[in-house]
Design a protein around this ligand. Structure first.
Ligand code: AMP
Length: 214
């Protein structure tokens, strides 16, 4: 099962992808996570991507396409995966089709999570990253806002650089202009499931599983 999880930054793609990955026992491949890890480890890719990611712009297609092809060609992806953050442009979508054809993947499911920009801006302003384990959390969902629910670190949260107010607006602009049109490309190429991203995390998961018929 090849799942593409699609939607604006901050709509909850990463959260749902992690839950579905555990439930369906297939890997969660997040291009944003791969880039952030590369930036943290100061690899060649990280050095090239750092400024671009921090400003909320898109990393060039050729870099992203190479990275995604390498990841999807691994054995761990052969039984399915949840792709989060890719494709974000029409050329990336066309390239992904080619990669899927080459690798013999033919069960594409696209899950679109939708919500108004206002909801997203509000959520992203409360989103934090744990500096110890990298977990992405939202203060709105935490009872103890000082403690990381994943690793237990105390006072370890900081804002992702690309979650600063001005960068959020930039990312949403890019989403509407460049990424949203990719959705139409999948009209006749994938099973499309649309879910309301303003519901609770559990409700959204239930909605997805019900529509997936699982
Ligand atoms: P995300 O965590 O998916 O919001 O991604 C964080 C940032 O990584 C984005 O704002 C881009 O700078 C970069 N990025 C992630 N995926 C892509 C992609 N498919 N194409 C271009 N840039 C990407």
């Amino acid at each position: 099962m090849q799942i593409i999880i699609f939607g604006a930054p901050g709509v909850g793609k990463g959260t749902q992808a992690k839950i579905l990955s555990a439930k369906l026992n297939i890997p969660h491949i997040s291009t944003g996570d791969i880039l952030r890890e590369a930036i943290k480890n100061e690899t060649e890719l990280g050095k090239k991507a750092k400024e671009i990611v921090n400003s909320g712009k898109l990393v060039p297609d050729d870099i992203m396409e190479g990275l995604v092809k390498d990841t999807l060609s691994k054995k761990s992806s052969s039984n399915g995966f949840i792709l989060d953050g890719f494709p974000r442009t029409l050329p990336q979508a066309k390239n992904l089709e080619k990669i899927f054809r080459e690798l013999g993947f033919n069960k594409t499911i696209l899950i679109k999570i939708y919500a108004d920009d206002k909801v997203i801006i509000n959520r992203l302003s409360q989103r934090r990253m744990c500096t110890k384990c990298g977990a992405i959390v939202n203060l709105i969902n935490l009872k103890d806002t000082n403690k990381c629910p994943k690793c237990g670190a105390v006072n370890s949260f900081k804002k992702r650089k690309d979650d600063e107010e001005s960068v959020i607006l930039n990312r949403l602009n890019i989403y509407h202009k460049t990424t949203e049109p990719v959705f139409n490309f999948y009209n006749d190429k994938a099973l499309i499931i649309s879910v309301d991203g303003t519901k609770t995390i559990e409700e959204i998961t239930d909605d997805i599983l019900q529509k997936l018929n699982i």
